[in-house]
Design a protein around this ligand. Structure first.
Ligand code: FAD
Length: 360
């Protein structure tokens, strides 16, 4: 249902021949929606990042930006709506039902599908989180529409169709995917792939309640207890302001401690390239890149990392990238803002000591 083509020089060029007339049943689809992901009363920041991007799309299309908030009845719903307005939503559809207290695919898919069928958005965006990926796939399947997963860029063409760009062929190419003949056009984006928009305190919007017939006895999956994932709570890599990472240039697992030491002095999070995870030197939740975390820190220090495309896509949103690499021709120097051509194993302790003295 989605039409994939390699990213064209001008988005949309040469695509006219692929476009059929939009079927009559989709012509009244309008507005941009963002699914507001909330777990245990906490809205996932990716929802705000998507509202920032959704705002731009809605303004380009001259339509409204709506959030969809669902959960158990209670103050969390109102709070999530207010936060959505502060980050750019004009209105929020709310679905309150005790069955929606914790995420389960079946009731969430049913609720989101029902509100889409009733109010007909032209674009529907979700975070590419564990929850968002699970929900987006089943909703797109139920609605028989196209879904572009893990987008790094979202735009609208001159003919107003959604141009959803994502890495393809192992990250070596970018591909722009269109859902030309179905609605809504669905896409997911990973946390930190889009910048966080400015929060405007006190910005107001409309709340539109939506009722869905959901009953606990009809849901096959039951939640018996909730066990927080303690390990993943410890890692704030995706949202850290400063990240220090190490790669194969560190030459051995023992030297990864040098990365951790610098991170500790800077109050930073630490991460790594993929081979370190594959070798079992560092846990997988520390991997940065296409198949790891996307980061957008103010400062990213990469020590002994070559800068392969699969790593680059996860870090190029950083404000300042500092690379430490012995090879002055390493690809990382193509996109680093500052390069230090030296042995990271010798340089990291000196840098750590210099910061320790300066910051103490
Ligand atoms: P290398 O490529 O081995 O580079 C080591 C670098 O260290 C070299 O540039 C070298 O000059 C330098 N060096 C050597 N000695 C020193 C020294 N003493 N001091 C300083 N520098 C030194 N990779 C990721 O990182 N994240 C991903 O999410 C990811 N996903 C992938 C998905 C797919 C489908 C595929 C195919 C690959 C993926 N990769 C990913 C792997 C990626 O292609 C690279 O292989 C990987 O990023 C290389 O890691 P590296 O830079 O640490 O190691």
């Amino acid at each position: 249902m989605s039409d994939a083509k390699p990213a064209a020089p001008a988005a949309g060029a040469g695509r006219a021949s692929m476009k059929k007339e939009l079927p009559e049943r989709f012509r009244n689809h309008k507005h941009v929606w963002v699914f507001i992901e909330m777990e245990r009363g906490v809205v996932h920041p990716v929802s705000f990042e998507l509202l920032g991007q959704g705002r731009k799309l809605a303004d380009k299309l001259g339509v409204e930006l709506a959030g969809v908030v669902m959960g158990a009845p209670g103050p969390d719903i109102l709070h999530a709506c207010q936060e959505s307005f502060a980050y750019g939503a004009d209105l929020c559809y709310t679905i309150e039902n005790p069955v929606l207290a914790d995420y389960r695919n079946e009731p969430y898919s049913k609720a989101l599908t029902a509100v889409v069928e009733a109010h007909k958005p032209e674009i529907l965006l979700l975070g590419a989180t564990t929850l968002g990926r699970d929900l987006a796939g089943s909703v797109a399947t139920t609605l028989l529409t196209g879904l572009t997963a893990d987008c790094t860029e979202l735009n609208v063409d001159d003919d107003k169709s959604l141009a959803a760009t994502r890495p393809t062929f192992g990250g070596s190419l970018l591909c722009t995917i269109y859902t030309l003949n179905f609605r809504p056009q669905m896409a997911t984006a990973r946390p930190r792939a889009m910048p966080m928009p400015e929060r405007k305190e006190g910005r107001e919007g409309r709340i539109v309640p939506f009722a869905v017939d959901l009953h606990e006895q009809d849901i096959i999956t039951k939640i018996l207890s909730f066990i927080p994932d303690r390990d993943s709570n410890k890692t704030n890599l995706a949202f850290a302001d400063v990240v220090v990472a190490g790669g194969m240039g560190l030459q051995g697992p023992e030297n990864f401690q040098l990365v951790k030491n610098l991170a500790a002095v800077l109050g930073a999070e630490y991460g790594c390239s993929r081979p370190l995870v594959q070798k079992g030197w560092v846990p997988s939740d520390r991997q940065i890149g296409q198949t790891g975390k996307t980061i957008r820190p103010k400062l990213y220090i990469a020590a002994g990392i070559s800068g392969a495309i699969q790593h680059r896509v996860g870090v190029e949103g950083a404000d300042l990238i500092v690379a430490i690499n012995t090879d002055k021709n390493a690809p990382i120097y193509d996109f680093a803002h500052l390069g230090i051509v030296t042995d990271a194993v010798r340089f990291l302790p000196a840098l750590t000591e210099a910061f320790r003295k300066r910051l103490s």
